[in-house]
Design a protein around this ligand. Structure first.
Ligand code: NAG
Ligand code: NAG
Length: 358
């Protein structure tokens, strides 16, 4: 009985494998699976009322009793290609506590963190909201959190080029309202680290440097992600392809085996490894050892890539995690926190303060 079931399972797996691989080659499906932007969780959020999610709108006591104070405003940014992006601007703590500074003025008073979230969900997703609270309060920074095209209440359809353009729109918005170019920290989580790398690379080619970039639970590239991906953390999904011989006849680069051939079909490479090549600002990489979505090896790949000059790496570790540094590149690998919570732990927030000199 068991063997019959096992045989049946084997037939199903072997039989559906080519189907799955074929499906993975369809760009529309790749887009849906990579961005997951239709999962607009949490549902039924009124983006005009961020205070509903616990982002301060307090009744304030003191001289002017009962004044209602907003810490967050909902706004819409325009991209260079005409999309409209939903965003939240969270005030730095000190600006929020002063009563007479407007939202726009806040950008020239304190540094700004542009927060680029991962796939699925929206700017209202719980752990993201907690991240804005922590950053605006502890780091006393503006936080500008955008929803990319196709996410939440933003218009359009996601793509790699599109998301980087969206991040650029956020950058331009802050630059227009602050006098100091260097006062922006780009923070990306998960898929957002690909967007941060893309924008930082583009800015570097224009001779522009952010104050720092922070990559939380990053991946080296989508290609690398698929190559190293293990289904249920056990089955190396694409490894069987390595066994296939190269196609004969040279109708594709014959240094590549079948796996690379398939990966070339992926329409959204998000190749952070390459994008970061010329980035010279301080970089903080953060990942958790118990990240079940993106294997920690990706952080190591990026750290090594940034260390192209093979500078001496200093390492220090304890039961909280391990910090590796060279120059102004810092990599923290935490023991706890998983994929979603590592970015909001107090230790991580402190490291952001250090890397950005806050
Ligand atoms: C980095 O700079 C070099 C030299 O200017 C250039 O050839 C290369 O294309 C740049 N790389 C990226 C990823 O922009
Ligand atoms: C980096 O330096 C170490 C020691 O100096 C050496 O063993 C290693 O091979 C070097 N790696 C590269 C990629 O140059």
């Amino acid at each position: 009985m068991f063997f019959k079931k096992a045989l049946y399972a084997a037939v199903v797996v072997v039989g559906t494998y080519p189907v799955i691989l074929t499906l993975l080659c369809i760009p529309t499906l790749q887009r849906e699976l990579l961005f997951l932007n239709r999962i607009k969780f949490p549902f039924f959020v009124n983006y005009d009322r961020p205070e509903d999610l616990g982002l301060a709108r307090g009744l304030r006591f003191g001289a002017k009793l009962k004044r209602t104070a907003f810490k967050v405003r909902n706004l819409y940014l325009s991209t260079s290609d005409g999309e409209k992006l939903g965003a939240w601007h969270v005030l730095p703590r000190t600006v929020y506590r002063q009563r007479h500074v407007g939202f726009d003025q806040a950008f020239s008073q304190r540094p700004t963190i542009i927060y680029l979230h991962g796939n699925a969900g929206t700017r209202a997703t719980g752990y993201r909201v907690r991240t804005y609270s922590a950053m605006s309060s502890v780091l006393d920074c503006n936080v500008l959190a955008i929803d990319y095209r196709g996410f939440a209440d933003s218009t359009g359809t996601p793509s790699e080029v599109g998301l980087v353009r969206d991040a650029q729109a956020a950058w331009d918005y802050v630059i227009e309202r602050s006098n100091n170019r260097a006062d922006i920290i780009l923070v990306g989580h998960s898929l957002g680290t690909g967007v941060v790398s893309g924008l930082a690379g583009k800015l570097a080619s224009e001779g522009i440097s952010p104050k720092a970039i922070v990559l939380i639970a990053p991946f080296a590239s989508v290609r690398e992600l698929l190559r190293l991906y293990r289904l249920f953390f056990v089955l190396p999904l694409l490894s069987p392809l390595k066994a296939f011989p190269k196609a004969q006849g040279g109708w594709y680069d014959d240094s590549a085996h079948s796996l690379d051939y398939l990966l070339n079909f992926f329409a959204y490479p998000f190749d952070s490894r390459t994008a970061l090549q010329n980035v010279s600002c301080p970089v903080l990489i953060v990942n958790a050892k118990n990240d079940l979505s993106i294997p920690p090896i990706h952080s190591q790949i990026l750290f090594n890539e940034l260390n192209r000059r093979n500078e001496t790496v200093q390492r220090k570790g304890d039961d909280w995690g391990t910090i590796s540094t060279f120059g102004d590149v810092v990599w923290f690998e935490g023991q706890h926190g998983g994929h979603n919570r590592i970015g909001v732990t107090e230790g991580t927030i402190d490291l952001i303060a250090d890397i950005a000199g806050l």
